[in-house]
Design a protein. Structure first.
Length: 558
């Protein structure tokens, strides 16, 4: 083997960014890439498991430091990077460098009256250009880039030239080792845009349905940290046929609290039909598929704005962002989500008033060289390794299709009203605790996938959405077990919907595989209005949001 490269992993977030760039050289038979975990991050939990899932076995740090490598690559600062003897190339693990952060244990972090100790948001703390009051910026400041007066990185990769100006202000000695090479993560997003419709279908979005993407970074000031119930409230407010909600939490949330705990915190959301993304991947596909994003001061929100997607943000903490950074500038310009106002009305207003170019003056700071990061980074690596580059051009690869569960709410609240002409207007919402008996004209349809006891007891209609052998037998047995339930609706082996009433009436509907609840609610309304079977129409046009369907109706008994 001619050359060796050491990939230094801080946590799961940094590991995912390394996996974006390692393919630029990892397939070259002249190069061997090894891994090690530096162990300095407060969020190291899950890192070893993540690497193992990619068939990577990291070297212990001490063993890696005892070996010789031709180049080391990291996607973060922090920890004993100064111990690395090989040339060190450092890339960002987010959208450039935006956060103010003192290095743990540094004199700056401990100094009385320092920016770290100063009251957040005070005029003195925000005064620009004053080295006595300026807060250190992660990835750009002296304390992150130097150790005992010596520069740590041999090359520090920046995504945009504006970062060079801020680097010159915070650590001028590092300007000579700066390389503006774009953003490989964003380049992959841009390369994936032609697959938008494919990603939307993977998320279960149908024609006329809007995908709302909710993204949260980590920490108390994040969207999830400020208001952990916002996703559940959003799901209760948005009609199921008109909106699909997808949520992504930063890996530090998952691994800081444990994946089990986060799943428990989001269990009510999943039971309301929200797609909960895994921490490692899927969020980029959701960004591309989204019709609107609700976010915070994380990189994901900035990427969404850079795609031209309508945006609502939560309040960002003034004291944790460099006021000159792109993310701080975006948060100052973007419309603010008010958690105390009607959420649906805010989404609709934002979508109506949005202009694609609204944030262009800020989002153009994502990268100075869009689409070119693969080429520039590979050249930098091969220059350090003193090898000729492969003849095949380096280029970004589209992000994978999301591997996600599409949860069906165990209960739905369905309202059916007369629309224009004979068309029926249908609206469906997830049945959430406190909403199960929501007034006249609303039908509670309870499915058979993990409903609560109370949801079963209050059901107007019980629904079996999977094709069922002996469907009529199942329906009558279920009604016997639920005497307060008026109808049982079940999918037949032939793909139709059989609805059976307590009095023995049986009606077969011809409808789409996801309209069983609608069939049950329509029949429930007819029986409530005391229509006799001979008065049932043979076809029923229905509209839910922008989606139009026609139900075929055939009375079998009654």
């Amino acid at each position: 083997m001619e050359r060796s490269v050491l990939a230094i992993v801080h946590n799961v977030t940094a590991a995912t960014r390394l996996l974006d760039i390692l393919p630029f050289w990892a397939a070259d038979h002249r190069i061997q890439t090894a891994f090690t975990c530096i162990g300095s991050s407060a969020f190291t939990t899950g890192t070893t498991e993540f690497l193992a899932a990619h068939d990577i076995i990291p070297l212990p740090w001490a063993e890696a430091m005892s070996q010789e490598f031709d180049l080391a690559v990291s996607a973060s600062y922090g920890g004993p990077l100064h111990e690395v003897t090989a040339p060190l190339l450092v890339v960002p693990h987010g959208m450039g460098y935006n956060k103010t952060l003192a290095k743990p244990g540094s004199p700056e972090a401990r100094k009385p009256g320092s920016p770290e100790a100063r009251k957040p948001g005070s005029p003195e703390a925000r005064k620009p250009g004053n080295p006595e009051t300026r807060k250190p910026v992660f990835g750009l400041s002296d304390e992150w880039l130097r150790h005992e007066g010596e520069l740590i990185p041999s090359t520090t990769v920046l995504s945009h030239v504006e970062q060079v100006d801020r680097l010159r202000e915070h650590c001028p000695e590092a300007v000579d080792v700066a390389l503006v090479a774009g953003d490989p993560c964003f380049d992959r997003i841009l390369a994936s845009v032609p697959l938008r419709e494919t990603y939307r279908r993977s998320f279960g979005v149908h024609d006329g349905q809007q995908l709302v993407f909710v993204s949260s970074t980590w920490g108390d000031s994040s969207l999830f940290g400020q208001d952990s119930s916002i996703v559940a409230r959003l799901a209760a407010r948005l009609p199921l046929d008109e909106y699909r909600i997808v949520v992504a939490l930063h890996p530090n949330v998952w691994h800081g609290h444990s994946p089990w705990q986060v799943r428990m915190w989001l269990e009510d959301c999943a039971r309301a039909g929200v797609v909960v993304l895994p921490p490692e991947e899927g969020w980029r596909a959701a960004l591309i598929a989204a019709d609107l994003t609700i976010g915070d001061h994380g990189s994901v929100t900035f990427y969404s704005a850079a795609l031209g997607t309508p945006l609502l943000v939560t309040a960002a903490p003034e004291d944790s962002l460099d006021p000159e950074s792109p993310i701080a500038r975006l948060n100052a310009a973007a419309p603010l989500l008010d958690p105390n106002r009607d959420l649906l009305a805010q989404l609709e207003s934002t979508a109506r008033s949005h202009r694609t170019e609204r944030f262009a003056g800020v989002t153009e700071l994502a990268t100075s060289v869009p689409g070119e990061s693969a080429r520039l980074l590979r050249t930098a690596v091969y220059d350090w390794l003193e090898l000729d580059e492969p003849e095949v051009p380096a280029e970004p690869v589209a992000v994978p299709l999301p591997d996600v569960d599409l949860p069906a709410p165990p209960g739905q609240l369905v309202s059916v009203e007369a629309g224009a002409g004979v068309e029926l207007q249908v609206r469906r919402y997830p049945a959430t605790p406190g909403s199960w008996s929501s007034g006249a004209g609303v039908v509670l349809v309870t499915g058979v996938r993990s409903p609560s006891r109370r949801m079963l007891e209050l059901a107007d209609v019980v629904l079996h959405e999977e094709p069922c052998t002996a469907p009529e037998q199942w329906a009558r047995a279920s009604l016997d077990a639920l005497p307060g339930c008026l109808l049982a609706v079940v999918r037949t082996p032939e793909g139709r919907w059989l609805a059976v009433a307590q009095d023995g009436l049986a009606v077969v509907f011809t409808a789409a595989p996801d309209l069983g609840a609608v069939c049950g609610a329509v029949l429930h309304g007819w029986l409530r209005d005391r229509l006799v079977p001979s008065e049932f129409p043979r076809t029923v046009p229905v509209r839910s949001g922008d989606r139009r369907s026609t139900l075929g109706v055939s009375v079998q008994q009654g």
